[in-house]
Design a protein around this ligand. Structure first.
Ligand code: HEC
Length: 86
């Protein structure tokens, strides 16, 4: 009985991490997708993102490490999908 619970848990954990391509993306969807839809990175200009960023990380109650992770995720110019060049 206990064994099958462990199996079910492993299954859930496995699926949950499979949906996201990175832990940053997971954090973003989980923390920021609760109040509004998950905005695409290229949906807003960099100026607009920066304007919202501090306020939103407060609303999402991110700690410093998570904030940094989020900043990298949203503003990293080196990603394959350059988010904020417009
Ligand atoms: C507690 C609820 C809440 C959380 C959590 C939250 N937001 Fe928001 N967000 C809002 C609301 C409400 C607005 C609408 C504008 C306003 O009130 O400032 C908004 C607006 C925005 C906008 C501007 C949208 C536009 O059309 O201009 C962006 C970008 C944004 N949020 C990003 C984020 C990010 C990134 C996170 C995670 C770090 C996040 N939000 C977490 C409530 C939230």
């Amino acid at each position: 009985m206990k064994y099958s619970i462990v199996l079910i848990l492993l299954f859930i954990v496995g699926c949950a991490s499979a949906i996201y391509s990175s832990k940053e993306e997971k954090l973003y969807v989980e923390k920021c997708g609760g109040c509004h839809r998950v905005y695409a990175k290229d949906e807003f200009s960099k100026e607009h993102w920066l304007k919202e960023f501090d306020e939103m990380t407060k609303r999402a109650k991110l700690d410093e490490a998570q904030k940094m992770m989020m900043r990298n995720y949203l503003f990293d110019e080196g990603t394959a999908n350059p988010p904020l060049s417009n």
